[in-house]
Design a protein around this ligand. Sequence first.
Ligand code: ZN
Ligand code: ZN
Length: 321
Amino acid sequence: MEEKSTEITKTFFVRCRYCGQKNQVREDYKNNQAICGRCRLPLSNEPHKKFANLSKHDYIHPLDSRALAALRAIPGIDSALKKLLEITGESAIRVLFTASAIKVTPKQCPDLYAKLQVACTTLGVPMPELFIQQNPVANAFTGGVEKPIIVLHSSLIERLNDEEVLAVIAHEVGHIHAEHVLYLTAAQLIMAAAQIPLASLPIAGIIKELLTAAMRGALLAWMRRAELSCDRAALLVTQNPHVIGRTMMKLCGGTFASKVDYDLFLEQAREFQKNYDEKWLDKFWADVINAGLTHPFPVWRVSEILKWTESGEYERLLKTK
Ligand SMILES: [Zn+2]
Ligand SMILES: [Zn+2]
Protein backbone atom coordinates (compact mmCIF):
# COMPACT_ATOMS: atom_id res chain seq x y z
CA MET A 1 0.00 0.00 0.00
CA GLU A 2 1.29 3.47 -0.86
CA GLU A 3 2.14 5.68 2.06
CA LYS A 4 0.53 9.06 2.07
CA SER A 5 3.00 11.90 2.45
CA THR A 6 2.48 13.70 5.72
CA GLU A 7 5.11 16.31 4.99
CA ILE A 8 3.69 19.83 4.94
CA THR A 9 5.42 22.32 2.67
CA LYS A 10 6.74 25.14 4.82
CA THR A 11 5.85 28.70 3.92
CA PHE A 12 7.62 31.90 4.87
CA PHE A 13 7.78 35.56 3.87
CA VAL A 14 10.00 37.14 1.25
CA ARG A 15 10.11 40.89 0.79
CA CYS A 16 10.00 41.89 -2.89
CA ARG A 17 13.35 43.39 -3.79
CA TYR A 18 11.71 45.87 -6.17
CA CYS A 19 8.58 47.20 -4.45
CA GLY A 20 9.05 46.07 -0.82
CA GLN A 21 5.82 44.04 -0.63
CA LYS A 22 5.87 41.10 1.80
CA ASN A 23 4.96 37.89 -0.04
CA GLN A 24 4.13 34.53 1.51
CA VAL A 25 5.97 31.85 -0.46
CA ARG A 26 6.65 28.14 -0.33
CA GLU A 27 10.09 26.79 0.42
CA ASP A 28 10.73 25.98 -3.22
CA TYR A 29 9.62 29.39 -4.51
CA LYS A 30 12.82 29.96 -6.50
CA ASN A 31 12.31 26.81 -8.60
CA ASN A 32 8.73 27.81 -9.29
CA GLN A 33 9.67 31.32 -10.44
CA ALA A 34 7.35 32.95 -7.92
CA ILE A 35 6.37 36.52 -8.61
CA CYS A 36 5.48 39.39 -6.27
CA GLY A 37 1.74 39.72 -5.68
CA ARG A 38 1.95 43.48 -6.07
CA CYS A 39 4.40 44.41 -8.88
CA ARG A 40 4.45 40.92 -10.51
CA LEU A 41 8.26 41.01 -10.81
CA PRO A 42 10.21 37.80 -9.96
CA LEU A 43 10.89 37.22 -6.26
CA SER A 44 14.46 36.64 -5.10
CA ASN A 45 16.82 37.39 -2.24
CA GLU A 46 19.13 39.46 -4.41
CA PRO A 47 19.40 43.12 -3.36
CA HIS A 48 17.92 45.86 -5.55
CA LYS A 49 19.75 49.17 -5.44
CA LYS A 50 17.78 52.40 -5.02
CA PHE A 51 20.00 55.37 -5.92
CA ALA A 52 20.23 58.06 -3.24
CA ASN A 53 21.83 60.79 -5.32
CA LEU A 54 21.98 59.89 -8.96
CA SER A 55 22.77 62.78 -11.27
CA LYS A 56 21.93 62.71 -14.98
CA HIS A 57 25.62 63.41 -15.64
CA ASP A 58 26.40 59.99 -14.15
CA TYR A 59 24.88 58.16 -17.11
CA ILE A 60 24.19 60.58 -19.99
CA HIS A 61 25.56 59.12 -23.23
CA PRO A 62 28.32 61.29 -24.80
CA LEU A 63 26.43 61.38 -28.12
CA ASP A 64 23.42 62.82 -26.24
CA SER A 65 25.53 65.55 -24.55
CA ARG A 66 27.20 66.48 -27.83
CA ALA A 67 23.92 66.71 -29.74
CA LEU A 68 22.35 68.69 -26.89
CA ALA A 69 25.28 71.15 -26.85
CA ALA A 70 24.84 71.64 -30.61
CA LEU A 71 21.11 72.20 -30.10
CA ARG A 72 21.60 74.71 -27.29
CA ALA A 73 24.17 76.62 -29.35
CA ILE A 74 21.45 77.65 -31.84
CA PRO A 75 20.56 81.27 -30.99
CA GLY A 76 17.00 81.78 -29.72
CA ILE A 77 16.15 78.08 -29.44
CA ASP A 78 14.99 78.11 -25.81
CA SER A 79 12.69 81.10 -26.17
CA ALA A 80 11.29 79.65 -29.43
CA LEU A 81 10.51 76.34 -27.73
CA LYS A 82 8.93 78.00 -24.70
CA LYS A 83 6.71 80.01 -27.01
CA LEU A 84 5.77 76.86 -28.97
CA LEU A 85 4.73 75.03 -25.80
CA GLU A 86 2.82 78.04 -24.50
CA ILE A 87 0.76 78.11 -27.68
CA THR A 88 0.24 74.37 -28.04
CA GLY A 89 -0.43 74.02 -24.33
CA GLU A 90 0.66 70.91 -22.51
CA SER A 91 -2.66 70.67 -20.69
CA ALA A 92 -4.09 69.59 -24.06
CA ILE A 93 -1.86 66.51 -23.95
CA ARG A 94 -3.30 65.49 -20.58
CA VAL A 95 -6.89 66.11 -21.68
CA LEU A 96 -6.28 64.04 -24.82
CA PHE A 97 -5.02 61.01 -22.94
CA THR A 98 -7.49 61.25 -20.09
CA ALA A 99 -10.19 61.11 -22.74
CA SER A 100 -8.74 58.35 -24.91
CA ALA A 101 -6.50 56.12 -22.79
CA ILE A 102 -6.59 54.17 -19.53
CA LYS A 103 -5.10 56.00 -16.59
CA VAL A 104 -3.01 53.77 -14.35
CA THR A 105 -3.67 54.24 -10.62
CA PRO A 106 -3.09 52.15 -7.46
CA LYS A 107 -6.44 50.46 -8.28
CA GLN A 108 -6.37 50.48 -12.11
CA CYS A 109 -3.66 48.09 -13.41
CA PRO A 110 -2.02 48.10 -9.93
CA ASP A 111 0.98 46.03 -11.10
CA LEU A 112 1.84 48.69 -13.69
CA TYR A 113 1.44 51.39 -11.04
CA ALA A 114 3.81 49.42 -8.78
CA LYS A 115 6.36 49.15 -11.63
CA LEU A 116 6.17 52.92 -12.17
CA GLN A 117 6.82 53.38 -8.45
CA VAL A 118 9.82 51.01 -8.63
CA ALA A 119 11.34 53.01 -11.51
CA CYS A 120 10.67 56.37 -9.77
CA THR A 121 12.05 55.35 -6.36
CA THR A 122 15.12 53.71 -7.95
CA LEU A 123 16.10 56.80 -9.95
CA GLY A 124 14.70 59.40 -7.52
CA VAL A 125 11.96 60.97 -9.67
CA PRO A 126 8.50 62.24 -8.53
CA MET A 127 5.68 60.01 -9.86
CA PRO A 128 4.33 61.16 -13.25
CA GLU A 129 0.91 60.08 -14.57
CA LEU A 130 0.90 56.87 -16.63
CA PHE A 131 -1.56 55.99 -19.40
CA ILE A 132 -2.13 52.90 -21.55
CA GLN A 133 -3.41 53.50 -25.04
CA GLN A 134 -4.66 50.94 -27.56
CA ASN A 135 -2.26 51.19 -30.48
CA PRO A 136 -0.83 48.54 -32.84
CA VAL A 137 2.60 50.23 -33.02
CA ALA A 138 4.84 48.96 -30.19
CA ASN A 139 5.92 52.26 -28.70
CA ALA A 140 6.01 54.38 -25.56
CA PHE A 141 6.61 58.07 -24.99
CA THR A 142 6.88 60.85 -22.43
CA GLY A 143 5.36 64.27 -23.06
CA GLY A 144 4.64 67.50 -21.20
CA VAL A 145 7.08 69.77 -19.38
CA GLU A 146 5.50 71.11 -16.17
CA LYS A 147 3.77 67.82 -15.35
CA PRO A 148 5.11 65.14 -17.67
CA ILE A 149 3.02 62.08 -18.49
CA ILE A 150 4.08 58.67 -19.77
CA VAL A 151 2.05 56.76 -22.36
CA LEU A 152 2.55 53.05 -23.14
CA HIS A 153 0.98 51.54 -26.23
CA SER A 154 -1.04 48.38 -25.62
CA SER A 155 0.85 46.36 -28.25
CA LEU A 156 4.12 47.03 -26.46
CA ILE A 157 3.04 45.72 -23.06
CA GLU A 158 1.20 42.79 -24.64
CA ARG A 159 4.47 41.54 -26.12
CA LEU A 160 6.76 41.99 -23.14
CA ASN A 161 7.10 40.12 -19.86
CA ASP A 162 6.92 41.93 -16.52
CA GLU A 163 10.66 42.66 -16.23
CA GLU A 164 10.71 44.00 -19.80
CA VAL A 165 7.70 46.24 -19.10
CA LEU A 166 9.64 47.60 -16.12
CA ALA A 167 12.55 48.33 -18.51
CA VAL A 168 10.26 50.31 -20.83
CA ILE A 169 8.69 52.30 -17.97
CA ALA A 170 12.18 52.94 -16.52
CA HIS A 171 13.38 54.21 -19.93
CA GLU A 172 10.50 56.73 -19.96
CA VAL A 173 11.11 57.78 -16.33
CA GLY A 174 14.74 58.22 -17.44
CA HIS A 175 13.61 60.96 -19.86
CA ILE A 176 12.19 62.85 -16.86
CA HIS A 177 15.26 62.24 -14.68
CA ALA A 178 17.59 63.33 -17.51
CA GLU A 179 15.57 66.57 -17.93
CA HIS A 180 14.77 65.76 -21.56
CA VAL A 181 11.12 66.76 -21.37
CA LEU A 182 11.21 70.27 -22.88
CA TYR A 183 13.18 69.26 -25.97
CA LEU A 184 11.48 65.88 -26.20
CA THR A 185 7.98 67.35 -26.20
CA ALA A 186 8.98 69.88 -28.87
CA ALA A 187 10.55 67.12 -31.00
CA GLN A 188 7.42 65.00 -30.66
CA LEU A 189 5.25 67.93 -31.76
CA ILE A 190 7.43 68.27 -34.86
CA MET A 191 7.14 64.55 -35.59
CA ALA A 192 3.36 64.62 -35.09
CA ALA A 193 2.93 67.67 -37.29
CA ALA A 194 4.97 66.03 -40.05
CA GLN A 195 2.45 63.21 -40.31
CA ILE A 196 0.11 63.73 -43.24
CA PRO A 197 -3.27 63.62 -41.45
CA LEU A 198 -2.08 66.24 -38.99
CA ALA A 199 -0.24 68.44 -41.46
CA SER A 200 -3.32 70.52 -42.13
CA LEU A 201 -3.74 71.37 -38.44
CA PRO A 202 -2.69 74.85 -37.31
CA ILE A 203 0.10 73.31 -35.20
CA ALA A 204 2.14 72.54 -38.34
CA GLY A 205 2.02 76.22 -39.30
CA ILE A 206 2.90 77.35 -35.78
CA ILE A 207 5.95 75.07 -35.72
CA LYS A 208 7.18 76.34 -39.10
CA GLU A 209 6.69 79.92 -37.96
CA LEU A 210 8.47 79.55 -34.62
CA LEU A 211 11.25 77.08 -35.36
CA THR A 212 13.82 77.45 -38.12
CA ALA A 213 14.78 74.41 -40.21
CA ALA A 214 18.11 74.29 -38.33
CA MET A 215 16.26 74.15 -35.00
CA ARG A 216 13.95 71.37 -36.19
CA GLY A 217 16.84 69.35 -37.62
CA ALA A 218 18.94 69.69 -34.46
CA LEU A 219 15.99 68.70 -32.25
CA LEU A 220 15.32 65.52 -34.19
CA ALA A 221 19.04 64.66 -34.34
CA TRP A 222 19.27 65.04 -30.56
CA MET A 223 16.08 63.08 -29.90
CA ARG A 224 17.49 59.79 -31.27
CA ARG A 225 20.71 60.14 -29.30
CA ALA A 226 18.79 60.91 -26.09
CA GLU A 227 17.38 57.38 -26.34
CA LEU A 228 20.82 55.95 -25.59
CA SER A 229 20.94 57.79 -22.24
CA CYS A 230 17.51 56.51 -21.27
CA ASP A 231 18.45 52.92 -22.11
CA ARG A 232 21.19 53.37 -19.51
CA ALA A 233 18.60 54.70 -17.02
CA ALA A 234 16.52 51.58 -17.75
CA LEU A 235 19.54 49.41 -16.96
CA LEU A 236 20.02 51.28 -13.66
CA VAL A 237 16.45 50.23 -12.74
CA THR A 238 16.30 46.64 -14.03
CA GLN A 239 19.92 46.05 -12.93
CA ASN A 240 20.23 43.32 -15.53
CA PRO A 241 21.56 44.20 -19.01
CA HIS A 242 19.91 41.12 -20.51
CA VAL A 243 16.45 42.42 -19.62
CA ILE A 244 17.27 45.43 -21.83
CA GLY A 245 18.73 43.10 -24.49
CA ARG A 246 15.64 40.88 -24.58
CA THR A 247 13.33 43.90 -24.72
CA MET A 248 15.26 45.17 -27.76
CA MET A 249 15.15 41.72 -29.32
CA LYS A 250 11.35 41.76 -29.12
CA LEU A 251 11.21 45.32 -30.46
CA CYS A 252 13.41 44.12 -33.33
CA GLY A 253 11.70 40.95 -34.35
CA GLY A 254 8.38 41.00 -32.54
CA THR A 255 7.11 37.92 -30.76
CA PHE A 256 6.24 34.92 -32.84
CA ALA A 257 6.13 31.16 -32.38
CA SER A 258 9.61 30.40 -33.79
CA LYS A 259 12.26 30.30 -31.09
CA VAL A 260 14.51 33.35 -31.29
CA ASP A 261 17.96 32.71 -29.84
CA TYR A 262 19.02 35.54 -27.52
CA ASP A 263 22.74 34.64 -27.62
CA LEU A 264 22.72 34.82 -31.41
CA PHE A 265 20.98 38.20 -31.18
CA LEU A 266 23.78 39.44 -28.86
CA GLU A 267 26.34 38.17 -31.35
CA GLN A 268 24.55 40.16 -34.05
CA ALA A 269 24.76 43.29 -31.85
CA ARG A 270 28.51 42.83 -31.29
CA GLU A 271 29.06 42.23 -34.98
CA PHE A 272 27.18 45.44 -35.76
CA GLN A 273 29.43 47.42 -33.41
CA LYS A 274 32.58 45.93 -34.92
CA ASN A 275 31.62 46.79 -38.47
CA TYR A 276 30.90 50.44 -37.85
CA ASP A 277 33.85 52.73 -37.25
CA GLU A 278 33.43 56.40 -36.35
CA LYS A 279 33.23 57.46 -39.98
CA TRP A 280 30.47 55.00 -40.77
CA LEU A 281 28.57 55.90 -37.62
CA ASP A 282 28.15 59.44 -38.89
CA LYS A 283 26.59 58.07 -42.01
CA PHE A 284 24.52 55.70 -39.91
CA TRP A 285 23.00 58.53 -37.86
CA ALA A 286 22.17 60.40 -41.03
CA ASP A 287 20.36 57.27 -42.24
CA VAL A 288 18.44 56.97 -38.98
CA ILE A 289 17.22 60.53 -39.30
CA ASN A 290 16.40 60.19 -42.99
CA ALA A 291 14.43 57.05 -42.28
CA GLY A 292 12.17 59.18 -40.06
CA LEU A 293 12.57 56.81 -37.11
CA THR A 294 11.69 58.04 -33.62
CA HIS A 295 14.20 55.66 -32.04
CA PRO A 296 17.61 54.42 -33.18
CA PHE A 297 17.70 50.82 -34.38
CA PRO A 298 17.31 48.25 -31.56
CA VAL A 299 20.46 46.28 -32.49
CA TRP A 300 22.53 49.43 -32.16
CA ARG A 301 20.92 50.19 -28.78
CA VAL A 302 21.82 46.73 -27.48
CA SER A 303 25.42 47.07 -28.61
CA GLU A 304 25.59 50.44 -26.81
CA ILE A 305 24.23 48.96 -23.56
CA LEU A 306 26.70 46.06 -23.75
CA LYS A 307 29.56 48.52 -24.31
CA TRP A 308 28.53 50.58 -21.27
CA THR A 309 28.20 47.48 -19.07
CA GLU A 310 31.59 46.20 -20.20
CA SER A 311 33.23 49.59 -19.55
CA GLY A 312 32.67 49.07 -15.79
CA GLU A 313 30.87 52.42 -15.54
CA TYR A 314 27.54 50.79 -14.68
CA GLU A 315 29.09 48.64 -11.91
CA ARG A 316 30.77 51.72 -10.46
CA LEU A 317 27.44 53.58 -10.23
CA LEU A 318 25.83 50.62 -8.47
CA LYS A 319 28.60 50.67 -5.86
CA THR A 320 29.03 54.41 -5.32
CA LYS A 321 25.70 56.20 -5.84
ZN1 ZN B 1 7.00 43.69 -5.79
ZN1 ZN C 1 12.78 57.27 -25.23
